[in-house]
Design a binder for this molecule. Structure first.
Ligand code: HEM
Length: 504
């Protein structure tokens, strides 16, 4: 079902067989679409297709009492619309901006901890960034961080962070081997089932905790507050505790590995391209944000800076094209027979849009599709200054309604002079009504993390990683694309000074 190197396999098949090809899993036909325009149709609002493979797998972990979550519910279902509409405001420009001070505080924790390691210490940046994502997700979900960045070492007190990690490990193993769940005589399978139980219990505890706070305040923009405000339009009743716990768990799983792993790949790619690293340092320096010998205490990053660092935006955008964490993409089910770009799609087919293959297709991104080049987005500097965060905030306002025309071709628009084919094929957060709801937050997190960490440190791949070849060999799909045994980097402090916020 989920092969660790599936994203590469699909890209290789697409290069050989073309942008639409098909294979079978037992009796089911799978149609793989890497053509940007057709992918937009498959995922778009006009068809509003349901997800195919993801619902049952994600429900194994998240469903409490047999209910669907927002992630697994049908695209035309009343439940999905209610949830999507009811939580969209948690990702409004105001709500995302409100999370910025916490983002800085958590990044400062990380910088402090890393400085304690001394000059050129080695850190598993993947672990560090998953912890960052854990704390940020906790803040936006229920208004408190999970303490995952208070220490960067794995410890017994890791609580929710380790429950999440172990549950997602088990879920991956069940994706790889769909019969695993039935092998109950095996101790590791029983342990995995226990992790699922612990995860659900932790989510139920969170529901109790947020309910114990009393009536939801108008000023509370957390996801939990939004979920608590949702009422069934027919009965006026709120969501049951089981539904609340299931969807709180869904937001945790949607936000954690995606964000943490994506930032890991961004920092890795920067470390491998000295020209990119130098250009970023120059941009941060010009903005007064870089730690230097003559400026040991650079000014603190402001929210407004995120829209004024065009090269930083282009690096993040290009890294999400080159190494999208949702590498195997997403699937939809064709409940009716249909025509797609001249191809007949039989009823019951699974339509698959693999984002890594879409982003590496020369038909979509030209002959340099396989090259990491942030400058490809720099063609119109003024437009690219806003290509990520600002556009994401704009599109977040739009609550999708299935079946209506005027679908957005792609969530993040690109520089105006970039080829239109590339524009519509760029989809790290997917596209259409089921596109990622957390995109504005994810972008804010990655821009801030890269700006703060690269302003304080220079990163070099640790020897134990075996060079770029070793990283390539150890990168695998475990729901998201990630380094199998961490991403160890030598972290060189740029200068010994601290920013005003770290000094507090
Ligand atoms: C770099 C980080 C992220 C990436 C690459 C990413 C990517 C994705 C993708 C590919 C999907 C599935 C879309 C589809 O099936 O068509 C998705 C769904 C979703 N994501 Fe994200 N995501 C990220 C971060 C986040 C964060 C931080 C949150 C919130 C805390 C979040 C919340 C969601 C939700 C709620 C959905 C389900 C939307 C629906 O079914 O209507 N994501 N994301």
């Amino acid at each position: 079902m989920l092969h660790p190197r599936q994203h590469l396999l699909l890209a290789a098949w697409a290069a050989e067989l073309g942008s639409v090809f098909t294979f079978r899993i037992l009796l089911t036909r799978v149609v793989v679409v890497t053509d940007g325009a057709l992918a937009n149709i498959v995922l778009g609002r006009m068809l509003s297709l349901d997800k195919a493979l993801e619902p049952n797998l994600s429900d194994e972990l998240l469903s409490i009492g047999g209910h669907r979550t927002m992630f697994s519910a049908g695209t035309r279902s009343a439940y999905w619309r209610l949830l999507r509409k009811g939580t969209a405001d948690a990702f409004s420009p105001r709500a995302v901006r409100e999370a910025f001070p916490d983002t800085l505080r958590i990044l400062s924790n990380i910088v402090e901890n890393m400085h304690r390691g001394g000059a050129s210490s080695e850190w598993d940046l993947n672990n560090v960034l998953l912890r960052f994502a854990m704390d940020m997700t906790s803040i936006v979900v229920f208004g408190e961080d999970a303490g995952a960045t208070s220490t960067l070492q794995d410890s017994e007190t890791d609580g929710l962070f380790s429950i999440m990690k172990r549950s997602l490990d088990e879920l991956t193993q069940r994706c790889v081997n769909p019969v695993r769940r039935h092998l109950f005589w095996r101790a590791d399978v029983r342990n995995g089932a226990n992790e699922f139980w612990r995860f659900r219990a932790a989510m139920q505890d969170l529901v109790k905790k947020v309910k114990a706070r009393g009536p939801v305040r108008d000023s509370d923009h957390s996801i939990a507050a939004h979920l608590l405000r949702i009422k069934d339009p027919e009965t006026g009743a709120g969501l049951s505790d089981d539904l609340l716990a299931g969807d709180i768990g869904m937001f945790f799983t949607a936000g954690l590995e995606t964000s943490g792993n994506q930032i890991t790949w961004i920092l890795y790619l920067i470390s491998q391209h000295t020209d990119v690293e130098a250009k970023l340092a120059a941009e941060l320096d010009a903005a007064g944000l870089l730690t230097t010998k003559s400026r040991p205490q650079p000014r603190t990053l402001q929210h407004a800076d995120l829209s004024c660092l065009p090269y930083l935006s282009c690096i993040c955008k290009e890294a999400m094209r080159f190494a999208p964490v949702a590498a195997t993409g997403t699937t939809r089910i064709a409940r009716q027979a249909m025509m797609l770009g001249g191809y007949f799609i039989p009823r019951g087919s699974i339509l698959m849009v693999p984002f890594h293959a879409v982003h590496h297709s020369t038909a979509n991104f030209g002959r340099t599709a396989g090259v990491f080049n942030p400058d490809r987005w720099m063609t119109t500097p003024t437009a690219t200054a806003h290509v990520t965060l600002q556009d994401a905030l704009e599109t977040a306002k739009d609550v999708p309604s299935p079946g209506k025309s005027g679908d957005v071709p792609s969530v993040v628009s690109v520089g105006a002079s970039t080829d239109a084919t590339a524009q519509q094929a760029y989809m790290p957060f997917s596209t259409g009504p089921r596109r990622c709801l957390g995109q504005p937050l994810a972008l804010q997190m990655q821009l801030a993390a890269v700006a703060v960490l690269c302003a304080r440190f220079r990163f070099e791949l640790a020897e134990r990683m075996g060079g770029p070849e070793g990283v390539g060999n150890s990168s695998i799909n475990r729901l998201t694309l990630q380094p199998k045994d961490g991403m160890w980097m030598r972290c060189f402090p740029r200068a010994s000074g601290k920013t005003a916020i770290e000094a507090q």
